[in-house]
Design a protein around this ligand. Structure first.
Ligand SMILES: [Zn+2]
Length: 292
């Protein structure tokens, strides 16, 4: 049995899988015209099944954000029947309104990446697409309801700056990001969100705050500290540990809720204008060759 919802997340879920706390089927990597995807899993609990795709791997096998094959990952999920993607990423708070352990349902982002291929359509006009709304409004509503029901602390909106990584930002960069409207800084969600739109999928980016971005300030909460100190299980930050431990349960609840929700978004029609204009046909797998 397949699934229509996918969860893309980080190292935490991979560790949970290895520890046996997530049940399901390991599907391995999937071949695509853009190369092999990352390892995929089908999580089968009590509710709707969903695909799980850990972005980076773990430990010394962890891939830098610039080197992820995002196109293969998004293509593979679409190819397996995914309609909706719930994407998780860690972030550093820039605004004083966010605290470590908070969850931020993103509604906008500032792309500061430089080395990633951000389109499936490098040699055709199909990637010339609006980016408003950036994230699927139907999924944003569903995720907010799930987080509310689970009594987790979340913010219903947030603008993320996405930097290239893997290094973190300098104090001057963080101060600049603040000045251009970013509220949290991360290395994730780009180009996944743009690629998902090109394949007419619903996508939502949800950030969990793991640290305070370094501004060089000596005043709390932006005073310097250990990198990802809040992720240390001995640090006593139970709220963040609770969020990380809940990621797959949240995904399961979101998959259940999506199954019962009529999507009133336009995500499944983002290329409708082009498919008509260029007579592309219904099989999205053929779009890549026809106009290139
Ligand atoms: Zn949508």
């Amino acid at each position: 049995m397949g699934a229509t919802t996918a969860c893309i997340a980080g190292e935490e879920v991979y560790r949970q899988w290895q520890a046996g706390s997530i049940r399901g089927t390991s599907l391995g990597s999937r071949q695509t015209p853009f190369g092999p995807s990352g390892d995929l899993f089908l999580v089968e609990g009590e509710g709707q099944p969903f695909y799980l795709l850990p972005r980076y791997g773990v430990g010394m096998g962890k891939t830098a954000p610039s080197r992820i094959n995002y196109r293969a990952n998004i293509y593979a999920l679409k190819d397996m029947g995914t309609r909706c993607i719930l994407a998780w990423g860690s972030g550093g708070a820039i605004t004083h309104s966010f605290a470590v352990g908070d969850i931020v349902i993103l509604n906008d982002l500032i792309d500061q990446t430089r080395l990633r291929i951000g389109t499936f359509f490098e040699n055709s006009p199909l990637g010339f697409l609006r980016q408003f709304p950036v994230f699927c409004p139907s999924m944003r509503r569903v995720v907010a309801e799930v987080l509310h029901d689970m009594k987790l602390v979340y913010h219903g909106t947030g603008t993320a700056a996405v930097t290239e990584g893997p290094r973190l930002e300098t104090p001057a960069e963080v101060r600049w990001l603040t000045s251009i409207g970013a509220e949290v800084v991360t290395h994730t969600f780009v180009p996944e969100v743009f690629l998902a739109r090109e394949l007419q999928m619903c996508y939502i980016g949800v950030c969990y705050v793991v640290n305070y971005a370094e501004t060089g300030s000596r005043q709390p909460p932006f005073i310097g500290g250990g990198l990802f100190a809040a992720l240390d299980p001995n640090a006593g930050n139970n709220r963040l540990a609770g969020v990380l431990g809940s990621i797959t349960q949240i995904a399961s609840n979101v998959a259940d809720a999506l199954e019962k929700t009529d999507a009133n978004c336009e995500c499944a029609r983002t290329l409708a204008h082009y498919t008509k204009e260029y007579n592309l046909g219904d099989d999205w797998r053929t779009w890549f060759d026809k106009v290139q």
